[in-house]
Design a protein around this ligand. Structure first.
Ligand SMILES: N[C@@H](CCC(=O)N[C@@H](CS)C(=O)NCC(=O)O)C(=O)O
Length: 214
C-alpha cells in the first residue's frame, strides 16, 4: 500500500491527497508535524531529501514533488476510471500548463505573502510589504483567471487538484492581508470553479484538519 506523507495545510500535500481519493487508491496517510521536527528527521530525509512534503513510498520507491507524484499515480493505477491527466494531447498539455502556472509563478508570489503574514509576528507586519505581495498574487491569479476555459472542463483533472488547495490557502492569507489594507482578487472564473469544487465529497473529506472552519 502507498505510504503518503502529509502535512496539514500544505497545498502540495492536499493535491496528492485529492488525487489518491479521486482515483480511489488505497493509502496509509502519515501525518507529519513541522513543529515536532518531523520534516528534518533523518528517517524522513531518507524519503524526501529536501525535507519537504508531500512524499509517497510505493513498492519500495520514494517519490517527491507533487506534480510528479500525480503523474506517477495516474500512470501506475490505470484500473481507476478516474484519470488525472486527460488522454488527449491538447487537453493534457493544458493541465500541465496550469500546474506550471501554479508551481512556477503563483506559488512564488503566494510564498511572499505567506512570509509577510504567516511567518512574521503580527507586531512586525509591514503593511506596504503585505499590500505589494497581495497585488502580486492578484496579478498572477488574473493571468490564470483569463484562461480558465482552457484549463478546466467537465471532468475533474489534476488542474482542479492543483488550483483548489492553493486558492484556499491564498484566501486565508488574503483575509489577514485585508486587516492592513491588502486585497487579494481571485478572479470571477477561479472563484466560480473553486466554489463548485468545494462541495464535492473529496474536497470536504480532505479539508486540512487544522483549519477549523470549512
Ligand atoms: N514543489 C514541491 C513543493 C513542496 C513544498 O514546498 N512543501 C512545503 C509545504 S507547503 C514544505 O514541505 N516545506 C517545508 C520546508 O521547506 O522545510 C511540491 O510540489 O511537492
Amino acid at each position: 500500500m502507498i505510504k503518503f506523507y502529509y502535512l496539514s495545510g500544505s497545498p502540495f500535500a492536499w493535491r496528492v491527497w485529492l488525487a489518491l481519493e479521486h482515483k480511489a487508491i488505497p493509502y496509509q496517510k502519515i501525518d507529519l508535524s513541522f513543529s515536532d521536527g518531523d520534516l528534518s528527521a533523518p528517517e524522513y530525509l531518507s524519503i524526501s531529501p529536501r525535507g519537504k512534503v508531500p512524499a509517497i513510498v510505493h513498492e519500495n520507491e520514494c517519490f517527491v514533488e507533487s506534480s510528479v507524484i500525480l503523474e506517477y499515480l495516474d500512470e501506475k493505477f490505470t484500473e481507476s476510471k478516474n484519470v488525472l491527466f486527460p488522454s488527449r494531447t491538447l487537453a493534457r498539455a493544458r493541465v500541465r500548463q496550469l500546474i506550471n502556472e501554479v508551481d512556477l509563478y503563483l506559488d512564488l508570489v503566494s510564498r511572499k505573502l505567506m512570509n509577510a503574514v504567516f511567518f512574521t509576528r503580527q507586531e512586525n507586519w509591514d503593511p506596504l510589504r503585505i499590500i505589494e505581495a497581495s497585488n502580486r498574487v492578484s496579478e498572477e491569479l488574473a493571468t490564470i483567471n483569463r484562461r480558465c476555459d482552457l484549463f478546466f472542463g467537465e471532468q475533474l483533472t489534476a488542474a482542479d487538484f492543483t488550483i483548489f488547495p492553493i486558492v484556499k490557502l491564498i484566501e486565508r492569507l488574503g483575509k489577514l492581508a485585508e486587516t492592513v489594507g491588502g486585497e487579494v482578487i481571485l478572479g470571477d472564473r477561479i472563484e466560480k470553479r473553486v466554489s463548485e469544487l468545494e462541495n464535492l465529497p473529496i474536497f470536504q473529506k480532505t479539508w486540512p484538519p487544522h483549519w477549523i472552519e470549512k
